[in-house]
Design a protein. Structure first.
Length: 549
């Protein structure tokens, strides 16, 4: 067997917080050979991302590392900055969990890829630009030439993720560390990205360290799997062994929590008379346009969109990244203006509402954003972020507010002691739970959930979905649930709406859409959903590739 590209021996990470050392990764031991994929799985906060970031000394200054990490026989833990710069990007490339915080907001995505290329290769600006456009084409960013000059905030969440993947793949790295590489991607683009990563691995005989909570992605990619819990390795084995013969109770629990398309037992919506019950959200012939900015022309993101959501109903909104899902969600609570049509929220027309009108209406609404790190104020402890809507609404203050914040932390299964932590001190999944608690703070009539489970591991996701259903029964709020995860939509949604290129192409009840789709695009979406079974996923992948070819 060839020499390992990555050797990790007795690798430990501790964080200094409030005068105490907290262990995040304990005595990690593994190696990764060229041409292989090792997946690290486990709950949010188990130490997966900490382990990955520690490999190239990318952790915060309050981290203490020990042990040994070798890349191509070069020790990394004690390496000087010049050695680390040489290896970062070229030998070891990262795809980070949250693209909005990993990409520099003041530079265009094209500039950032060109910078990576010219740092490691002797390329002219013209050749570097051509290579960047080629990479954007590979990862299927729409209009690569135009997108080259766009800033991260001008892209959808999935498009930002693809831009970061393009940057990571720019130098054909020997080791690719992929931390939730497909979190923000819809299933069709996810399948393409996984094919791209697999092609890179085979072409260059490189290795991939994959960190994810999506067991369908693990089944599709991994040769070996390492299971972590509370910083410890609890089980390690081949993909076949872990999926089909898991030995540790925690691994068994993880696999049992994985949602499977078509197997959900969702609560049915109580019968209603639509003539008597008014919709909480009503969109009529809505079109939304992003205005011209500099060299970027005006763009019609949503066209003639119609939708009604009633009390106690969850409508799943699905479609590819850039199809207009998030745009609809933001317009639904007045965060984006509309070009034409009408939007009513809790009986109030917000199509031309003033900021004063919107402030009153937003007391009845809540939103969970796609990027938890960029939606939370980094200067506020999370307790203050959660309590802020309650305080501003004048519903509570002082000790009463503190109790409400603690209750919300309990609901999203975060320790009450976390109220004094800042967002950067939490894992991605923990930050997402903070965002969910904040959205539920005012017990809204309408909840817009934009990929609320994208950063959650499967066990926490399962508990959150149960929590959301319980809260909805109790509070009877309406919910627009925006997601690319059809298995999650299957669990939650009473109806499903499918978007493509700004158009509503199909809408119907859950079983109608998932079992008997009428539109070819919907059929393609369902066929691309990965399943948590390596053997079955291989068959599905080969069938999809055969159809594609």
């Amino acid at each position: 067997m060839s020499n390992p590209i990555l050797e990790v021996q007795d690798f430990s990470v501790d964080f200094w917080v409030d005068g105490v050392w907290y262990p995040a990764a304990i005595k990690m031991n593994f190696e990764l050979h060229p041409g292989k994929v090792l997946a690290i799985v486990g709950e949010s906060g188990s130490g997966k991302s900490t382990t990955a970031l520690g490999l190239m000394s990318l952790l915060a200054s309050n981290a203490k590392m020990s042990g040994s990490v070798k890349v191509r026989d070069q020790e990394m833990l004690n390496a000087n900055s010049a050695t680390l710069r040489k290896f970062r990007g070229k030998e070891v490339a990262y795809i980070f969990q949250e693209p909005m915080t990993a990409l520099n907001p003041i530079y265009t995505i094209g500039f950032q890829v060109v910078e990576t290329l010219r740092t490691h290769f002797d390329l002219s600006p013209k050749r570097a630009r051509a290579r960047a456009v080629e990479l954007f084409t590979l990862v299927e960013i729409p209009n690569p030439e135009q997108s080259f000059d766009k800033y991260p905030h001008q892209l959808s969440g999935g498009q930002r993720q693809r831009a970061m993947i393009a940057q990571a793949l720019a130098c054909d790295p020997g080791l690719l560390v992929a931390d939730e590489p497909t979190t923000a991607l819809d299933v069709t683009v996810q399948a393409e990205i996984l094919d791209l990563m697999r092609g890179l691995k085979d072409k260059l005989n490189s290795a991939i360290l994959l960190i994810t909570h999506d067991m369908g992605v693990v089944a599709d990619m991994a040769d070996e799997i390492l299971v972590m819990k509370d910083g410890l390795t609890v089980e390690r084995g081949s993909a076949d062994q872990i999926f089909n013969r898991p030995g540790h109770p925690y691994t068994q629990q993880l696999l049992a929590a994985v949602p499977k398309l078509g197997s959900s037992k969702r609560r049915e919506l109580a019968h209603r008379d639509d003539a008597q019950v008014k919709p909480v959200l009503k969109l009529t012939d809505v079109s939304i346009e992003y205005p011209k900015r500099g060299r970027i022309p005006a763009f019609l993101a949503v066209k003639d969109f119609n939708l009604e959501i009633y009390p106690g109903e969850i409508v799943g909104l699905v479609g590819e990244s850039g199809s207009g899902k998030t745009t609809v969600g933001r317009a639904a609570i007045g965060l984006l203006p509309i070009k034409q049509g009408a939007i009513e929220v809790v009986g109030n027309d917000i199509s031309r509402a003033t900021q004063k009108d919107l402030s009153a209406i937003r007391r009845h609404t809540g939103i969970v954003f796609q990027d938890p790190a960029s939606s939370l104020n980094p200067r506020l402890p999370i307790g203050e972020s959660i309590g802020e809507p309650i305080f501003l609404a004048g519903l509570a203050k002082g000790a009463d507010l503190a109790h409400k914040v603690e209750d919300l932390l309990d609901q999203v299964e975060l320790p009450r002691s976390y109220r004094n932590r800042y967002p950067h001190e939490l894992s991605g999944g923990q930050r997402q739970r903070v965002g969910i608690a904040r959205a539920l703070a005012l017990t809204p009539d309408l909840l817009i959930a934009d990929e609320p489970t994208s950063a959650l591991d499967v066990s926490v996701q399962a508990r959150f979905l149960d929590l959301l259903q319980d809260l909805q029964v109790k509070l009877n709020f309406a919910c627009l649930f925006i997601s690319h995860d059809l298995a999650v939509v299957d669990i939650l949604a009473h109806r499903i709406a499918v978007m493509q290129n700004g158009l509503l192409v199909e809408i119907g009840d859950r079983d109608q859409i998932l079992k008997h789709p009428a539109n070819e695009y919907t059929k393609r979406l369902i066929a691309a959903v990965p399943v948590p079974d390596p053997a079955e996923q291989k068959i599905r992948r080969e069938a999809r590739l055969a159809t594609k070819n």
